[in-house]
Design a protein around this ligand. Structure first.
Ligand code: BYC
Length: 314
């Protein structure tokens, strides 16, 4: 009887914190389903940052100038850092990073669909910065107000860096569209490939999103998938116009009544296929991650041996 009452009291306190829009911290009591949802989302987010290093990392050795190489290196290193902050945030929920990595390489946890598409040209580096990081910022700025403290705080720093990433992409594209016809065509071709997958980053339409309403009630998500997708389209259309690039959607038009751009429905069967492992690069991305992890075994062993030695000296 007492145990049940305690549980009710704890649940009540948790709900009060959420209702007051304050933060839940690692030592606070939380419902098991809230903890599981956070682990799922934060782990998926961390995995996305780490897998997200691959498409662009592929171009570091082929960057067209020293300046572009330095910028790209810094950006890809930032993604590794974002992965670290996020794994650390997940660890405050009682999971272990090694366990999360294992779930990633065995396909038990997801990462963003967008990184299952290849980066085929240097214009893709710019378009990934512009569209993919642009979509990421749109999705992530509201996560700075997430009800779970460690995730919200990690997102503040990540968003600052993501906005630099978005600008570096846009600056690269500005240089290319002001270059030769061939360069402009590269930017257009890359935009045609990345536009729809970028819209899919926001997740399935609200009507088919099983997690959104509960995550919003808990203050984990602050907006629905469709709201953020619309925000991204509204933000991106004027940027495309400034670049002189056409977004590959004949249905794209300003709707005066709604005060938003109308746009066509993405191909949701494609998103489902990519999420379930049948995207163009799924197998390659996971195989590469697994190889890098296996090859890093000696580093982990050495770090652990060093830590043990330091400990024994105390
Ligand atoms: N890709 O009920 P829903 C980056 C899954 S990294 C794969 O709407 P939720 C960057 C979803 O997980 C970008 N899976 O779910 C890095 C769920 O499956 P489970 C990553 C997707 O969680 C390097 C199911 O579909 N950003 O920025 O309420 C370079 C049903 O969906 C996707 C984040 O992770 C997808 N696109 O909402 C450049 C942000 N969409 O887990 C850039 C944090 C849906 O039930 N995450 N699924 O089996 C979120 O905001 C939310 O988790 C999502 C999905 C909006 C993605």
């Amino acid at each position: 009887m007492t145990a049940t009452l305690d549980e009710q009291e704890l649940q009540g306190r948790f709900e009060d914190v959420i209702a007051a829009d304050q933060r839940i911290e690692p030592r606070d009591w939380m419902p098991e389903a809230y903890r599981r949802t956070l682990v799922r989302q934060i782990a998926q987010h961390a995995h996305s940052e780490i897998i997200g290093m691959q498409p662009e990392g592929n171009w570091i050795l082929r960057a067209p100038s020293l300046r572009r190489k330095a910028i790209l290196l810094a950006k890809v290193q930032d993604e590794a850092g974002h992965g670290m902050y996020l794994y650390a945030a997940a660890e405050t929920l009682g999971v272990d990073r090694a366990e999360l990595t294992d779930k990633l390489v065995t396909g038990k946890q997801k990462y963003s669909s967008i990184f299952n598409y290849p980066a085929l040209s240097y214009a893709d580096v710019g378009v990934i910065g512009w569209l993919v990081d642009g979509a990421a910022i749109c999705n992530q700025v509201p996560l700075c107000r997430c009800s779970y403290g460690p995730y919200a705080r990690a997102m503040i720093r990540i968003c600052k860096e993501e906005s630099f990433h978005q600008r570096q992409g846009y600056e690269l594209l500005l240089a290319m569209v002001n270059g030769t016809d061939a360069q402009r065509e590269m930017v257009q071709e890359s935009t045609n490939r990345f536009w729809w997958p970028s819209l899919m980053m926001f997740g399935p339409p609200d009507a088919d999103s099983p997690n959104t309403s509960q995550s919003m009630a808990w203050g984990i998500k602050r907006h629905t998938n469709d709201e953020l997708r619309q925000r991204f389209v509204d933000m991106t259309v004027p940027q495309a116009e400034a670049l002189g690039i056409t977004l590959p959607d004949p249905g794209l038009a300003w709707n005066e009544e709604r005060g938003h751009y109308d746009f066509s429905e993405p191909d949701w069967t494609e998103l489902q296929a990519v999420i379930s492992g049948s995207g163009p690069c799924n197998a390659q991305r996971i195989a590469h991650r697994k190889r890098a992890h296996d090859e890093g075994e000696w580093v982990r062993e050495a770090a652990a041996a060093y830590a043990r030695k330091q400990e024994s000296r105390r």
